[in-house]
Design a protein around this ligand. Sequence first.
Ligand code: F6P
Length: 739
Amino acid sequence: MRLSLRFVLPLLLALGLLGYAMVPLVDRMILGWFMRDLDMRATLVANTARERVRDLVLAHERDQLLQYLSGLTEDERVFAVGFCPADGSAAVFTASMPNDLTCTRHRQGPPPPSRMVSSPSGPLMVSVRPLADNGVALGELVLVHDLSFIARRSAETRKYIFYLFVGLGFTIALITVIIAQLSWRGWVHGLRAVLRGEGLLRPAGTLDTPELRPIARDVRALIRDLETARRARDDDQMAWAPETLRAVLHDDLRGQEVIVVSNREPYIHVRENGLIRVSRPASGLVTALEPVMRACSGTWIAHGGGSADRDTVDPHDRLDVPPAPEVAAYRLRRVWLSEEQESGYYYGFANEGLWPLCHIAHVRPVFRTTDWEQYAKVNQVFADAVRDEARTDDPIVLVHDYHLALAPRMIREAMPAATIITFWHIPWPNPEAFTICPWREELLDGLLGSSILGFHTQFHCNNLVDTVERLIEARVDRELFSVTYKGAVTSVKRYPISVEWPSSVVATSGSVDCCRAEVRRRHGLPENQALGIGVDRLDYTKGIEERLRAVERLLETRPEWVGRFTFVQIGAPTRNRIEQYQQYDVRVRALAERLNERFAAPDRPPPVVLCVKHHQPEQVYEYYRAAEVCMVTSLHDGMNLVAKEFVSARDDERGVLILSQFTGASRELPEALIVNPYDTDQCATALHVALGMPAADQRARMRLMRSLVREFNVYRWAGRMLLDAAHMRRRDRVLERGA
Ligand code: F6P
C-alpha cells in the first residue's frame, strides 16, 4: 500500500499542477476562437446591412435607420449597433449602446476590425466596418457583441478540464499501480532465481525476466560485496566466545530453536561393577559441538549407545546435560537402535561403506543392500526425533556427519520451513571415487535437502559440487557455490572446525611442569626423557603405523635418541566389530611390541608406550602438556582436532607439532612441521628436528598457531554457520513478502 501511494501521490500532484497551468491557456484559446467567430459574424451582418443603411443614410432617414439598426440587435449575440457618419453629424446608436462608446473613441487612430472592451455590463467586442457610396466614405457601422457568454463557457470548460484531469489522474494511477505490482512480482521471481543461482534460464513453468539479464551480474556482485562486508564486520570485530554465540542467537536468530542431530552422543552412561559411570566419547565431533551446545542451549539428538543410557533418561528419553555436579546447559534426547539397526547402519553402511569411500586410506569400501536398508531406516528414526523435539515449525537443525546423509531430506519433508545445516566432518571424495557407491544418487538427494552443506575445506566443497554436477540433474552455480535441486537451493560452504578457546580443560589442568613430571612418573620414564605423543582412535586413517615406523627410523638413523626418547600413543578403541579395525589394532600392537623389543636394553626406557583405552579429556590434555612433540600423521582427515587441541593445551608456548599434509588442519597451521606420513624418512627427520628445536623457534611457531586457533575457534565455526542460517532466513522472508 505504501508503495502504491508513493506512485499515486506524485502522479496526482503533477497532474493537478498541469491542469492548473493549462486553465488560462485554454481560456485564452477559447476567447481567441470566439472573437474570430464574432468578427466574421460582424462582417456578415455589415455586408447584409450595408445597402439598406447606405440608402437610409443618403435619404437622411435617421428614425428609420435607428429602427433598422435596432432590428439587428434582436440577434442574441448582437448587443448594440450604431452608425457614425463621416461628416461628423450626430451618430445613430441603438438604445443598448454603452454610454462610454462614442464615435470619437473609435476614430482615435485606425480602428482595428474588432477589439475587446470592458464596460459596466461586462466584456464586449466592438467591430467597426466602413460604409461608402461610390468611393465616397459615408461613415462607419459599429457592431457591439456581448462577450459574457464566453465567460460562462470558459467557466464550464474549466470545470470539465478539472474533471478530465482528475479522471485521467486516477486512471493513470490505477494502471501504474497494477503494472508496478505485476512487474514487481516478476522482478522478485527473477531476482529469486538469480539469488538461487538459477541464472536467467527459464525453469519450467516460471516467467523469464529478460529485463533482469543486464543487472543479474551486478546483483550477484552486490550480494557478494554485502556478504564480504558482513563477513569482514564479523570476522574483524568479533572475538568469538560463548557470549558471542549467545548474542548471535539472541540478536540474529531472536533466540530461535536450535536442534543438533548426530550419531555420537556427548555423554555416555555405562554400568561398571553395578555402578553407573558417565564418560565423554573420543570424538572430534563431540569435542567441537559440546562447548557450542553449552553456549546456545537447545536440544541434541543422538544415539543412546551406553549400557546405562536407558537408566538415566526421563520417560521421554531426555536428560539435561552436562550431568551434575556441573550446571545443566542443554537437553540430550537419546534415540534407541536395535542390534540389527546399529549393525547395518553404523558398523555396516556408515563405517564399512562411507568411511573408507571418503578417506583415501586404501581400504576397500563394502556396500551391502541390507546395511543400506538399515541406514535409511535409522536416518528416518533420527528425522522423526527431530520432528518430535521441535517446538516450532521452522527450527534451525544442525545435522552432523556421514551417518545421517539421508536425514536432511527427511527433515525437509516433515518440516519444509526448517533451516537445515548439514556438516560433513570427513573428506568428500572426487566424483570417480564416489561413483562406486551403489546409492550415490540417494545420498546426494538426501544431503541436498539441506539449506547449507558444510565441509572443512574448499577442496571438499569443490569435490561435492563436482560430484553433484556429474551424477544428478541439478544446477550448479560456481560463483555463489550453490546447488539448485528439486526447486530448492543448497549453499555449499567451507567452515573449518576448531576447538574451544580458551580451553576449559586447560583451565583446570596442573602446570606444565606438574604434567611433565606426572606423565613420566606414570610410565616409569626418567625426568628428562624426551616425550612424543599421539592421540587417536585406533583407526586405519590415522596413520598410527606410519608414525611408529617413523619413530623406528629415527632410532635407526639417529641412535643418540635411543633410550632418550619415548613415544606415547594413546589409542581409543573404536568400531571394534569391524574386521578392518580389529586387524588394525593387532598390527599397531605388534608394531609397538616389535620396536620395543628391537631397542630394548636393561634399564633403558621403551621407545613406545601404547595405551589402548579410552581417556577422558583431562587425561589427554595432561599428555599434551607433558610432551615435547605431538605427532598427527593421518593418511586423510577432514580437519583433525588433535592438532588444534595440542596447540590450545600449550599455554607455555612450547612443544612442536608434526602434522600430516593430508589433514584439513595443515591448511591452517603451516607453522607445524608438515609431513607426508607415507614418507618414513621425512617423518623421522621431522621428529629429529622437533626434538632439537630451540625454545625460541618453538615459541615463535606455537604463538602463531595459538593466535590462529584463538581467533578461529569453535565458537566462530558454529557462529558462522548460524549467522549464515540467519542471513538465509532473513533473505527468504524478504523475498517471500515480495512474492
Ligand atoms: O571424523 C568423523 C567423526 O564423526 C568424528 O567427528 C569423530 O571423531 C569420529 O568420526 C567418531 O567416530 P565414532 O563415532 O564412530 O566413534
